[in-house]
Design a protein around this ligand. Structure first.
Ligand SMILES: NC(=O)C1=CN([C@@H]2O[C@H](COP(=O)(O)OP(=O)(O)OC[C@H]3O[C@@H](n4cnc5c(N)ncnc54)[C@H](O)[C@@H]3O)[C@@H](O)[C@H]2O)C=CC1
Ligand SMILES: O=C(O)C(=O)COP(=O)(O)O
Length: 410
């Protein structure tokens, strides 16, 4: 039996994990939603399953793993908000097949990451992490050895997307030369140059910074062989995903003095919250600047993300719009004042739309407007009918073969 949702706002439950900004809660409340549960950390296992068992909308950040098995335990889930950029923590295809659109904030924290990386470039080139650690141990290391200006040095950017391009622009402002590698041919900003391969960028750079998403291709893409291709005395920055760099290989290169330093913000395994301790082979190196995945954690970014993603969930809940969903056919919709709106998510197989229209016609329901978008696996059709036909229309829709999910908006 496909999921059928047709409820007033105060019956719809939002669960927001991982300390999502209060601005999101405020926006939802202002719109009339009252059932909003918030938690400051990520959940796993039974705790996660219990928390989302009766949720209609779920908000997470980078830490909550939503596998198909987890999604299967949330039968009422209508949409997911990733209050961050990365969506690798969600099985997007499984969510799509279950009729659940996923929304994120594709650039609300871009600038925050870029600023942090710029600061790290300067800190690393001056050997500050090492000198700072020494001073905390009462050791005075006044020396120019291993300390360089960034002006005239080469920055290599791997992944020249939203963040990579911003980093490049900021780095040029302090006089750096910028080269980059991307799997896609990209418009170079400023004087940045796209080189022919990853190897060329690694070999040319004094600092290499990673800004790729987590994919099958980027997993462990920087290992012993790639680090060996970097210049002796270069620095590595990773504020992308923890699985992009082989930490053992990085440790070995630091131990051997091949790399002079590193700044690492993301780790293969990260604590679920601030009440859990952090362990990494990198904690033993003074010349490694470690930060607890805070590239996007600024007041500005979090406030913007809170409002942006909450607004996308609201739009989907109130109006049915899936514009900017990362895993779903995108349907942009006008207001449906005075009418009833039906949302129907179905498997994209021949005959579904014919069956929908036939049933409406047989039941004498007049369709005021119809909007359809499909991708290779699912179709999303939104149908506006006169308000008094809503119940019959919903019955008809839900019984169409191929239906994944249907819902009414008033
Ligand atoms: N540390 C933190 O707090 C934050 C980390 N992030 C991470 O940064 C990543 C990048 O963010 P954006 O720049 O907004 O993403 P984006 O999608 O705008 O850019 C990613 C770029 O990487 C390229 N790329 C993909 N696979 C590649 C490969 N195998 N080799 C080379 N290039 C490849 C893409 O073509 C694209 O140009 C996010 O996916 C997220 O994982 C994002 C925000 C905050
Ligand atoms: O936006 C992203 O992809 C990030 O990595 C930031 O994650 P966070 O919201 O800090 O858990």
């Amino acid at each position: 039996m496909p999921a059928r949702l047709s409820m007033p706002k105060d019956k719809l439950k939002f669960v927001l994990l991982e300390g999502i900004h209060p601005g999101a809660v405020e926006l939802l409340r202002r719109d009339g939603y009252t059932q909003i549960e918030t938690l400051p950390k990520a959940l796993t296992g039974d705790e996660l399953i219990d928390a989302i068992a009766d949720a209609h909308f779920l908000g997470i950040r980078s830490r909550t793993l939503l596998t198909d098995a987890v999604l299967a335990r949330a039968p009422k889930l209508a949409a997911i908000g990733a209050f961050c950029i990365g969506t690798n923590q969600i099985d997007l295809r499984a969510a799509m097949r279950r009729g659940i659109p996923v929304f994120n904030a594709p650039f609300s924290n871009t600038r925050s990451v870029a600023e942090l990386v710029l600061a790290e470039i300067v800190m690393l080139m001056r050997g500050i992490p090492h000198k700072n650690a020494a001073l905390h141990r009462h050791e005075w290391l006044k020396s120019a050895e291993g300390s360089f200006e960034v002006r005239g040095k080469t920055l290599g950017i791997i992944g020249y997307g939203h963040i990579g391009t911003q980093v490049g622009v900021l780095a040029e402002h302090v006089g750096m030369r910028v080269v980059f590698h991307d799997i896609v041919s990209k418009l170079s900003l400023g004087n940045a140059r796209q080189l022919a391969s990853l190897e060329e960028v690694l070999a040319a750079s004094d600092v290499v910074t990673l800004h790729v998403p987590e994919t099958a291709q980027t997993q462990w893409m920087i290992g012993a062989a790639q680090i060996a291709q970097m210049k002796r005395g270069a620095h590595l920055i990773n504020a992308s995903r923890g699985t992009v760099v082989d930490i053992e290989a990085l440790s070995a290169a630091l131990e051997a003095g091949h790399l002079l330093g590193a700044a690492i913000d993301v780790f293969p395994e990260e604590p679920k919250g601030n009440d859990t301790s952090f362990r990494s082979p990198l904690t033993r190196f003074d010349n490694v600047l470690l930060t607890p995945h805070i590239g996007g954690s600024t007041a500005e970014a979090q406030a913007n993300i809170g409002v942006e993603v909450a607004a996308k969930l609201l739009r989907y809940s109130n109006n049915g719009s899936t514009v900017s969903a990362v895993n779903f056919p995108e349907v942009a919709l006008p207001e449906h004042t005075g009418r009833c709106r039906l949302l129907h998510i179905h498997r994209n197989v021949p005959g579904v739309m014919a069956a929908v229209n036939e049933r409406f016609s047989q039941a004498g329901i007049n369709i005021a407007a119809q909007y359809l978008r499909t991708n290779e696996e699912v179709g999303y059709v939104v149908i506006d009918v006169e308000a008094d036909a809503s119940q019959v229309a919903l019955e008809q829709l839900c019984s169409v073969e191929g239906t994944i999910r249907c819902r009414t908006l008033y």
